[in-house]
Design a protein around this ligand. Structure first.
Ligand code: URA
Length: 186
């Protein structure tokens, strides 16, 4: 269960137009977690609709991963004023919803340092941990996770795009695994 549409758990409720609920396949083994909604997301109530979303959609398509086959969410569900980074307190207020959303996933993709920090509860150096499968414990369950760049970091940097492509290829293997598991009835 994501944040309710009338959520008032933190101050972000004051400036929002919409609570931005997760998108994609609710049963997907793979969840992508972004930082926070921006203007377009706030207007539409859907994650990754603006410029970052366009980049993400294009890379997913180029790597043969249909966007509807993954689950997409954010650390916080309401837009921080001026698109600032959400505070620790705001992320903590939204964490129960995020943890609930991630139950049963096989792979979590943290898009950017803010999402990675929120989930791992420690500092993260993307350059050191980029695209390595690590374990994260969520409500007592170990789940594979990769940390990667936020799509916004790719606007002026093609190497970041290449890293994101690699991330999506990793995600694809988890989606393919599900395909073979269901076709053998396991
Ligand atoms: N950036 C994010 O981190 N999330 C969105 O939903 C949109 C932009």
């Amino acid at each position: 269960m994501s944040a309710p549409r009338d959520c008032i758990a933190c101050g972000l409720c004051q400036g929002r137009q919409n609570v931005v609920c997760p998108d994609g396949d609710p049963d997907s083994p793979v969840a992508f977690v972004g930082e926070a909604p921006g203007q377009k997301e706030d207007e539409t109530g859907r994650p990754f609709q603006g410029r970052s979303g366009k980049v993400l959609d294009k890379l997913l398509e180029e790597e043969g991963v249909p966007r509807p086959s993954i689950y997409i969410t954010n650390t916080v569900k309401c837009r921080p004023p001026g698109n600032r980074v959400p505070t620790k307190e705001e992320m903590a207020a939204c964490l129960p919803h995020l943890e609930e959303e991630l139950q049963g996933r096989r792979l979590i993709v943290a898009l950017g340092r803010t999402a990675a920090r929120d989930l791992l509860r420690r500092e993260v150096r993307l350059s050191e941990e980029l695209n390595r499968v690590i374990k994260v414990t969520i409500r007592g369950n170990e789940i594979d996770m990769v940390v990667t760049y936020h799509p916004a970091a790719s606007f002026y940097n093609t190497r970041v795009k290449d890293a994101l492509r690699e991330t999506i290829r990793i995600a694809r293997t988890y989606l393919e695994d599900r395909g073979s598991a269901s076709s053998t009835g396991t």
